[in-house]
Design a protein around this ligand. Structure first.
Ligand code: C5P
Length: 220
């Protein structure tokens, strides 16, 4: 049911280098994005899989074109280059919100002071950038929350101009990073909401794609 569609996915963490030895990143493994890529390809889509350094295998299939990136800025550039080809974009990467203001070409020396500060600057918000385009694909965001799930997710859906936003509470057992399962609350631009049960990430991916298909059909 995705034949003829090109699905652009972002997945995994981004890595923000501070010096040749150190970086800032997060606990994302890329497993949810990998499951979406695999199942979208199985359902007939061409998949553009833009991913940060993953600790889960990058899915391999003839219909999946993987583009490896490292930082949020690189991921943003890759997404903006590929977005004109996509009819659907599902951005589920855990993009770093901040990156070091400057990369130090020499390893930063340990000082004698008891504390040390690394100055950080905002990274581009890829989802919001895509949401602001005139010509945009059917746009799905993800939101990992630790409090006020529905209110925060609804605000993100509006601010980033998504068609659909999949939110999960990462403090809930069996949800979020580095576990095989997930439980999503899916919000739609017109205010509707659907709560999915706790499922294996592959099953969550299939449900998300079912909802994308249904929403795209109903808006045609
Ligand atoms: O605001 P927050 O980071 O919680 O939003 C999460 C959503 O935004 C996810 O879909 C994530 O992939 C996307 N995002 C992004 N670029 C960023 C930060 C988040 O695309 N710099």
């Amino acid at each position: 049911d995705f034949a003829g569609q090109t699905v652009l996915l972002t997945a995994g963490p981004t890595v923000e280098d501070a010096d040749p030895a150190r970086f800032i990143s997060n606990r994302s493994t890329g497993r949810m994005g990998a499951a979406l890529a695999k199942i979208a390809a199985r359902r007939g889509a061409r998949v553009i899989f833009v991913h940060g350094p993953m600790s889960w295998p990058v899915p391999q299939a003839p219909a999946i074109r993987a583009i490896a990136v490292r930082s949020a800025e690189e991921m943003c550039n890759a997404v903006l280059a590929e977005i004109p080809h996509a009819s659907v974009a599902i951005l589920c990467a855990a993009v770093a919100d901040y990156t070091p203001v400057a990369y130090s070409r020499e390893k930063i020396k340990k000082g004698t002071a008891a504390t040390f500060s690394l100055q950080l600057k905002r990274t581009p918000d890829i989802l919001a950038t895509v949401g602001a385009l005139d010509q945009k694909p059917f746009l799905v965001g993800f939101a990992a929350e630790t409090q006020d799930l529905t209110a925060n997710a609804a605000a993100k859906l509006r601010q980033k101009h998504c068609d659909m936003l999949c939110a999960n509470d990462i403090t809930e057992p069996g949800c979020g990073f580095a576990v095989p399962t997930n439980r999503l609350t899916v919000l739609f631009a017109d205010g509707r909401r659907e709560d999915l049960p706790l499922l294996a990430k592959e099953e969550v991916a299939a449900k998300v794609l079912d909802l994308v298909r249904r929403e795209m059909n109903s808006s045609q």
